[in-house]
Ligand binder design. Structure first.
Ligand SMILES: Nc1ncnc2c1ncn2[C@@H]1O[C@H](COP(=O)(O)OP(=O)(O)O)[C@@H](O)[C@H]1O
Ligand SMILES: N[C@@H](CC(=O)OP(=O)(O)O)C(=O)O
Length: 469
C-alpha cells in the first residue's frame, strides 16, 4: 500500500445533484482503491450558497413566507439527492438532513423576529449549504463500499478568528486538524469535511469568504502534510483566460503559487485567492483537475514557476463590478498626513483596494474597489479626510490583468498590452504594476472588458503554446 495522502475538494458543480455526487465519490474511491488515503472536502450544491444568502436577506426584510418557500425548495433538492443516492426514508442520512433543515429554519426565524442579520448570523445560515452536502457525499462513498464519516469544518479542527464572512485560520488549527482526522484515516475511514466553514474558539460558525472550500482543502492539506491537494473542477484546470469569455483559452500545465494567487486575486473564479497560502511553506503541490476527464493531468501549482521563452504572460483575467474612487485636491494630497488619513479611513472599513494610483502632480489619488464596497469607501473618506479633498465615484469599471512570472525584467510587455487595448479602442482609466512584476493591471470601462480580454489573449498568443515547458 502506498503512503499517499490526497485531499480532494469538490465544488458546487461537482456536488450539484445525485449524479454529480456519485461521480465525485467514484473519483475519490478510485484513489482509495489504488492505496491512497483520501480526505474529501465538499462545497454546497451549486446555487445553494446564493439561495441561503437570499433566504437570510428575505428574513431580515420581514418576508418570512419567501424565506420559508426557499427553504422548502432547498429541502426538496437535498432529499431528492439523498433518495436518488439510495437513502431509505428512515436512514441516518435522511434524519440528519431533516434535523439540519429544522435548525436552519429556526436560525432564519430568529433573523426574522429580530429583523437583524449580523455577519455572525449570516455565517451560521450560509454554512448550512456545506453542512447539508457532506452527509450526501458520505452516503455516496458508502454506496461504493467505502467507510466514511462526515464532519463540519469546526469538527474537523478548523478554528478561525472572529472575522465573520472572511475568517482566517488561527495557528492552532493545524495541530487540531491533525488530531481530529488522523484517527479516522488510520482506521481506514474517509473523512468528509464541509468546506468553506470553520468555527471560532468559542464555537461560533464562521466562513472563509466566497469560494472558500478551496481554502479549507489546502488548510487540511497543510495540517496533514498531504502528498497533494486536488481541486476537482468543471474545467481542465487554470486556463489562459475564462473559457466562458475566450473560446480558445487553453489549459496551463504548471503555475507557481505566486502566479495562481495573482490570477485568483484578479478574478479567475477557478480558485480562492488565499487557497495556496497554507501550502507555501511546505511546498505541497496543488493540482486542479477536470472531473469529466480525470486522467488528464490538469494544472499543477507548485513553488517554482516554469517559464517558456517567448511567452512572458501566461494568462489574462478580469474583475468585474469595480468602481473607481477619485480623491482630488490640488496642493493637499502631497502632505503625508493627508494621504495617511485617506488610507486610514479605508483600513478602518476593511475595504480591499484592487488598485491604487497617484498622479505625479500629487493632486489626485485613484482607488479601484469592488462596487459593493464603493459606498462604504466613499462615506469613510467623506467622514475621515480633510474637507479640502473632493471625493467622486465612477461605476461600471472592470480591472483586467495579465499574469506571468516570465514578464519579470522583460521589455515590451506593457507596450504589447496597450497596443492590444488600443486596437479595440479601449480607454485605460488606471494602470498598475506590482513590484514583483508578476502582473500588470489596467482599469477599463466594463462594457469593453470581454473584447479587451480576447484582444489581449490573442496579442500574447495565449491560445497557442503557453506552458508546454
Ligand atoms: N482562468 C480561468 N481558468 C479556469 N476557469 C476559469 C478561469 N477564469 C474563470 N474561470 C471559471 O471558473 C469556473 C470554475 O470555478 P468554480 O465554478 O468556482 O469552481 P468550483 O467547481 O470549485 O465551484 C469555471 O467554470 C470557469 O468558467
Ligand atoms: N459554497 C461556497 C464555497 C465554495 O467554495 O463554493 P465553490 O467550491 O462551489 O466555488 C461559495 O459558493 O462561495
Amino acid at each position: 500500500m502506498s503512503d499517499t495522502l490526497l485531499v480532494m475538494k469538490y465544488g458546487g458543480t461537482n456536488m450539484q445533484d445525485a449524479r454529480a455526487i456519485r461521480h465525485s465519490a467514484t473519483l475519490a474511491a478510485r484513489s482509495i482503491q489504488e492505496g491512497s488515503r483520501v480526505v474529501v472536502v465538499v462545497s454546497a450544491m451549486a446555487g445553494v450558497t446564493n439561495q441561503l444568502l437570499q433566504i437570510a436577506d428575505a428574513a431580515q426584510a420581514g418576508d418570512i413566507a419567501r424565506a420559508n418557500d426557499e427553504i422548502a425548495a432547498m429541502r426538496t433538492r437535498h432529499f431528492t439527492a439523498a433518495q436518488e443516492l439510495g437513502a431509505a426514508p428512515d436512514s441516518d442520512t435522511v434524519r440528519e438532513l431533516r434535523e439540519m433543515h429544522e435548525t436552519l429554519r429556526q436560525a432564519v426565524y430568529g433573523v426574522y423576529l429580530l429583523r437583524e442579520l449580523t455577519p455572525r448570523s449570516r455565517d451560521l445560515i450560509v454554512a448550512f449549504g456545506e453542512r447539508l452536502s457532506a452527509p450526501l457525499m458520505k452516503l455516496a462513498l458508502e454506496q461504493l463500499g467505502q467507510r466514511a464519516h462526515h464532519l463540519t469544518g469546526g469538527e474537523a479542527g478548523i478554528v478561525t478568528d472572529t472575522h465573520f464572512g472572511n475568517a482566517r485560520p488561527l495557528p492552532g488549527t493545524y495541530g487540531r486538524i491533525k488530531d481530529r482526522l488522523s484517527g479516522l484515516l488510520g482506521a481506514g475511514v474517509t473523512p468528509v469535511v464541509s468546506g468553506f466553514m470553520g468555527e471560532t474558539e468559542k464555537g461560533a460558525i464562521t466562513t472563509l469568504g466566497r469560494g472558500g472550500t478551496d481554502f479549507s482543502a489546502t488548510i487540511i492539506g497543510k495540517a496533514l502534510s498531504a502528498t497533494e491537494v486536488w481541486g476537482w473542477k468543471d474545467v481542465d484546470g487554470v486556463m489562459s483566460a475564462d473559457p466562458r469569455v475566450v473560446k480558445d483559452a487553453r489549459n496551463i500545465d504548471v503555475l507557481s503559487y505566486g502566479e495562481v494567487m495573482e490570477l485568483a486575486y484578479f478574478g479567475a473564479k477557478v480558485l480562492h485567492p488565499l487557497a495556496v497560502t497554507p501550502l507555501q511553506d511546505s511546498g505541497i503541490p496543488l493540482r486542479l483537475k477536470n472531473s469529466s476527464d480525470p486522467d488528464f493531468a490538469g494544472t499543477l501549482v507548485q513553488a517554482e514557476p516554469r517559464d517558456e521563452a517567448g511567452h512572458p504572460v501566461k494568462a489574462v483575467t478580469a474583475i468585474r463590478n469595480v468602481s473607481i474612487i477619485n480623491v482630488s485636491g490640488a496642493g493637499v494630497l502631497g502632505i503625508p498626513e493627508v494621504i495617511a488619513s485617506v488610507f486610514d479611513a479605508i483600513a478602518r472599513e476593511n475595504v480591499t483596494l484592487l488598485m491604487v494610483s497617484q498622479s505625479s502632480s500629487m493632486s489626485n489619488v485613484s482607488l479601484a474597489v469592488q462596487t459593493v464596497d464603493a459606498e462604504r469607501t466613499l462615506n469613510a473618506l467623506r467622514a475621515g479626510v480633510s474637507l479640502e479633498l473632493q471625493v467622486e465615484q465612477q461605476d461600471n469599471v472592470a480591472v483586467l490583468a495579465i499574469v506571468g512570472s516570465g514578464m519579470r525584467g522583460q521589455k515590451g510587455v506593457s507596450a504589447r498590452l496597450f497596443t492590444a487595448l488600443a486596437a479595440q479602442d479601449v480607454n485605460i482609466l488606471m494602470i498598475s504594476q506590482g513590484s514583483s512584476e508578476l502582473n500588470i493591471s489596467v482599469a477599463v470601462e466594463a462594457a469593453h472588458v470581454d473584447d479587451a480580454t480576447r484582444s489581449v489573449h490573442a496579442a500574447f498568443s495565449l491560445g497557442t503554446a503557453v506552458s508546454a515547458g
